[in-house]
Design a protein around this ligand. Structure first.
Ligand code: PBG
Length: 364
């Protein structure tokens, strides 16, 4: 075929491809695609240097919030269902903050394992200014003030039944719980916590927290709301990590789950309503949780609100990946970095992850 004929054919084919772009809603190249063989997409994959040059999403330690479990005792205690994760003492938490600084990890989120004897049905010690969380926050900010500290605002580590709220007559009380969450959040903020992360899914808690922070002269404290948090099976290992209740004890509606306050995994428009409300109430950043199974939600939230959006790669995601890696079924390092890159590709500003330290080391 002569070159004129082949370029005419090329133009026709190129038009045909453009006209029939079949991926409705997905980005189409701005210019018409040249047809094969003029277009060979493998050209830009042939060597590492060119792959790096055209890469769309990049992963750095600055993308991580390190999820860390803390406990009241000394030293570290391994969490069996999360190989590589250990409960840290207050002293170890301070050391972790220094490690985060050295590795370029911007922030650490702490999740407390509380002695069973200190818990009650109302989670009374959640707002204790001398409690484990506040002591750890102080120690971490003292050890490495340049590292941000984030705290969960929720009652579940402190309640015997493991629910995030106050239970009465078999129901989770919304407004009474919000009052307790405000006390808890204020105690954390006064201890030096930089980011309050309400994870309880009560209605109105972001506005209540924001108002209380303003009233207390703590207007610079940030709020990252667990805005779209689903009633997920993937939190299982976390309950072991923090020694949380079974959810089965006591006369509670839907005793074994959190479906009356966390979202139905089948819903997506509802996630946008949750996010819109939290932004309106004063959240600075929003979060989607769990992570990988919910990247469609992340994408919708990023596109709808253009707010700093985070995802939580939760305990079950960590456990799945590590279990397969320990069996030799997955390449551990590659799977970790690929999973974290997926969050960036989906549009996340960052990821809350138990892999933060190992991943930062791999990237370093
Ligand atoms: C508690 C809370 C949970 C997680 C973070 N904060 C568990 C839950 O809501 O039941 C899950 C973290 C994880 O699985 O890694 N409100």
């Amino acid at each position: 075929m002569g070159s004129a004929a082949s370029s005419a054919a090329a133009a026709a084919l190129s038009f045909a491809i453009a006209a029939k772009w079949p991926y409705i809603g997905l980005a189409m190249p701005k210019a018409p695609l040249a047809p094969y063989p003029a277009l060979r997409l493998r050209r830009l994959r042939q060597a590492d240097w060119i792959r790096r040059l055209v890469r769309e999403a990049t992963l750095t330690p600055a993308d991580f919030i390190w999820a860390a479990v803390i406990h009241e005792g000394d030293g570290v205690v391994p969490v069996p269902s999360m190989p590589g994760v250990e409960r840290l003492s207050v002293r170890e938490a301070a050391a972790a903050a220094r490690q985060a600084r050295a590795l370029g990890i911007p922030a650490i989120a702490v999740f407390p394992h509380i002695d069973g004897a200190k818990k009650d049905a109302a989670g009374s010690i959640a707002a204790d200014p001398d409690g484990l969380v506040c002591r750890a926050v102080q120690a971490m900010k003292e050890a490495a003030p340049e590292v941000g500290v984030m705290c969960d605002v929720a009652l579940d580590p402190f309640t015997t039944h493991g629910h995030d709220g106050i239970v009465e007559g078999g129901r989770i009380l919304n407004d009474a719980t919000v009052e307790r969450l405000v006390e808890q959040g204020l105690a954390q903020a006064r201890a030096g916590c930089d980011i309050l992360a309400p994870s309880d899914m009560m209605d109105g808690r972001v506005g209540a927290l924001r108002g209380a922070l303003e009233g207390a002269g703590l207007q610079d404290v940030m709020i990252m709301s667990y805005a779209a948090k689903y009633a997920s099976a993937f939190y299982g290992p976390y309950r072991e990590a923090i020694g949380s209740g079974t959810l089965g004890s006591g006369p509670i509606e839907n005793p074994g789950d959190k479906k009356t306050y966390q979202m139905d995994p089948a819903n997506t428009d509802e996630a946008l309503r949750e996010v819109a409300l939290d932004i309106a109430e004063g959240a600075d950043m929003v979060m989607v949780k769990p992570g990988l199974p919910y990247l469609d939600i992340v994408r919708r939230v990023v596109e709808a609100f253009a707010m700093p959006t985070f995802a939580f790669q939760v305990s079950g995601e960590y456990a799945m990946l590590m279990a397969a890696a320990k069996n030799g079924w997955l390449d551990e390092e590659r799977a970790i970095l690929e999973s974290l890159t997926a969050f960036k590709r989906a549009g996340c500003a960052g990821v809350i992850t138990y892999f933060a330290r190992v991943a930062a080391r791999m990237l370093g």
